[in-house]
Design a protein around this ligand. Sequence first.
Ligand SMILES: Nc1ncnc2c1ncn2[C@@H]1O[C@H](COP(=O)(O)OP(=O)(O)OP(=O)(O)O)[C@@H](O)[C@H]1O
Ligand code: SF4
Ligand SMILES: [Mg+2]
Length: 325
Amino acid sequence: MSDNLLDIKDLNIFFKSDKNPEPIHAVRDLSFSLKQGEMLGVVGESGSGKSITNLALMGILGDSAVITAKECKFNGHDLLNLKEKELQKIRGGEIAMIFQDPMTALNPFLTVEFQIVETILAHLNISKSEAKNRAIELLAQVGITSPKERLKSYPFELSGGMAQRVMIAMAISTGPKLLIADEPTTALDVTIQKQILTLIKSLQEKNNMSVILVTHDLGVVSEFSERVQVMYAGELVETGLTKDLIKNPHHPYTYGLLSSRPGAVERAPKSPLASIAGIVPAFHQRPVGCQFNPRCEAVQADCKIGNIKIDNGVRCLHPMKGALK
Ligand SMILES: Nc1ncnc2c1ncn2[C@@H]1O[C@H](COP(=O)(O)OP(=O)(O)OP(=O)(O)O)[C@@H](O)[C@H]1O
Ligand code: SF4
Ligand SMILES: [Mg+2]
């Protein structure tokens, strides 16, 4: 038996719609695993399937989604075949999630106290006054000053950074084994971003919690997560230890992503940053063969035939060998 907390094998997500007779194939054959206490960074182009993968794991993707997998195991549970009641216990209990915009995730009409205490009571068998004390402890733990007074606040009385700290307090209130943080700092000021990520990292280490951190920022990944996976057009295209992948990307898409960072490659003074030409193909225009082939500078004839399998952490027939700075 695997000692991983999460084991995903060949996860596929389709969306049915009245407009298209064929369902949209949004995530293809995604396999990955996560150990207890490990942080996994997930990066990739907008629309590549990062969020829907997480929503599928939480069981909150909606009725239009069809999810299949050879394996979708979390802490011994088969996530795709749980009864709604069991799933509810895991969702928000053993797996918690924080989103991009804390202001829209919090209910504007309810106090911080009501929202945290309600979450705790839904998952833990403790009294209301114990739950309130736990809420105060949690707010202190996520760095909110005067936590007792803050419990009385409504979300509009909080800054963005404070609201995200409240969301994190709610997320960790049930002692989750896995925290999914989907771009948790995108809506925040640059100065607050680092504080929030440092807080998540310290909670991961202190609570031996696993974290899936979705971000557009490769700098964040290299600073905070041990392993990274890169998604493109619904597929995992490269995965590995962050320190190796950042220095030595093998997939041309990863290479393009990394070389568009300031200082990554030599360039003439004042010349523009490198960028990847073209856009991700729409679902109905997905190419045959490698999904990246219409944009790839290293494309060859064999890239346009059949399905390209992931091999040694890279989904590419002609992986790159050049190291970045
Ligand atoms: N309910 C739905 N019905 C049809 N398509 C959907 C549905 N939800 C998501 N999609 C599509 O699935 C694809 C993947 O979406 P997802 O939100 O996971 O992207 P993402 O990688 O998180 O992007 P971003 O970086 O912009 O957050 C997108 O093309 C999106 O339009
Ligand atoms: S398989 Fe071919 S087209 Fe796809 S990324 Fe590799 S070299 Fe480029
Ligand atoms: Mg997303």
